[in-house]
Design a protein around this ligand. Structure first.
Ligand SMILES: Nc1nc2c(c(=O)[nH]1)N[C@H]1C(S)=C(S)[C@@H](COP(=O)(O)O)O[C@H]1N2
Ligand SMILES: [Mo]
Length: 314
């Protein structure tokens, strides 16, 4: 069955593609003649520091919410391999070497194998999707990711009849990545999804943001983005994707099972022992806002959890 985009988005979530493109074109020409800063587009200017991407289909999913400036999205990060401070990952970004890069796809698939990043991306047209992102520490951002559906990729490798979960691993390179010499988590960083979550059209693999190549601190060259789950599910710098029969071990769940569940769906009704999850601070805003169930993507994804007790499977 061909993989189809059918997220049933609310009309207000969607900017008509033509309108979106016109705005883009305007922003680009404005930046070219140097009026970007005057128009408050410092984020676009900052984004110019990383390499441009090729052809990107715009406006596939977008939001009527203010985008987080690129400087915040690339400067305030969680990437413990590059340090536990929010500004460590951008300062230490050069330690991550992303060329060459390959990904091993194995486990319960018909066609396992290691493939180069270029080969992995090639057949997937890149599209921009603006998603809300919510960290368990109760801050959030709105980021224009560039990538493609994970489901489309997985289908190419032919998930077998026993495949029920997908497990992901980040690069392991303690010589270069200072955090991996410390006993914060068990390395490599691991994450996992149920297969139906992985196949959901909102689940994406990102290779860029803000129309540019993904900065290292944001998980270059390839990271997961699951917008209805807390940020720790969105694993960075992926080198291995394994389809499994059993629920995989995931880093934060193994580290503190009472604090971080396997599902990690954004849920204002279930609090983390150390952070209230009912409200969040959008980076750049002063007042907190109410957190939405499933981070606002309930209409699209709540059906995946019908009949489950979400206080138990948090
Ligand atoms: N490999 C790896 N992936 C990771 C993390 C990490 O420490 N290591 N942190 C996670 C957490 S807690 C969050 S909130 C998001 C942050 O993504 P961002 O820094 O691009 O906003 O990345 C997630 N992915
Ligand atoms: Mo996080």
């Amino acid at each position: 069955m061909p993989f189809r985009w059918n997220p049933e988005l609310r009309p207000e979530d969607i900017t008509p593609e033509e309108l979106f493109r016109q705005r883009r074109r305007f922003m680009k020409s404005a930046a070219l003649v140097g009026v970007g800063a005057v128009l408050g587009m410092e984020s676009l200017e900052a984004a110019e520091t990383s390499a441009p991407l090729g052809e990107v289909r715009s406006g596939v999913v977008t939001l009527n919410e203010k985008q987080t400036p690129f400087a915040d999205a690339s400067g305030y990060c969680n990437f413990y391999e590059l340090g536990t401070g929010k500004e460590d990952p951008s300062r230490q970004a050069d330690r991550l070497v992303t060329k060459p890069w390959s990904v091993l796809i194995d486990g319960e698939v018909g066609r396992p194998g290691r493939i180069s990043l270029e080969e992995l991306i090639k057949p997937h047209p890149l599209e921009e999707r603006v998603y809300r992102m919510r960290c368990v520490e109760a801050w959030s951002m709105v980021i224009p990711w560039v990538g493609f559906s994970l489901g489309a990729l997985l289908q190419r490798f032919e998930p077998g009849p026993k495949a029920q979960y997908v497990s992901f691993e980040t690069i392991l390179d303690p010589e270069r990545l200072p955090g991996q010499k410390r006993d914060i988590l068990e390395w490599p960083y691991r994450e996992g999804l149920r297969l139906d979550e992985a196949m959901h059209p909102l689940t994406m693999l990102a290779v860029g943001m803000y129309g540019r190549v993904l900065p290292n601190q944001n998980g270059a060259p390839l990271r997961l983005v699951v917008p209805w789950k807390y940020g720790f599910k969105s694993i960075k710098s992926i080198v291995r994707i394994t389809l499994t029969e059993q629920q995989p071990v995931t880093s934060w769940n193994a580290h503190a099972p009472g604090e971080y569940g396997f599902y990690a769906n954004v849920n204002p009704a279930v609090s983390h022992p150390r952070w209230d999850q009912s409200r969040e601070r959008r980076i750049g805003e002063f007042l907190r806002r109410e957190t939405l169930p499933f981070n606002g993507y309930g209409e699209q994804v709540a059906g995946l959890y019908t009949g489950m007790d979400l206080t138990r499977f948090f």
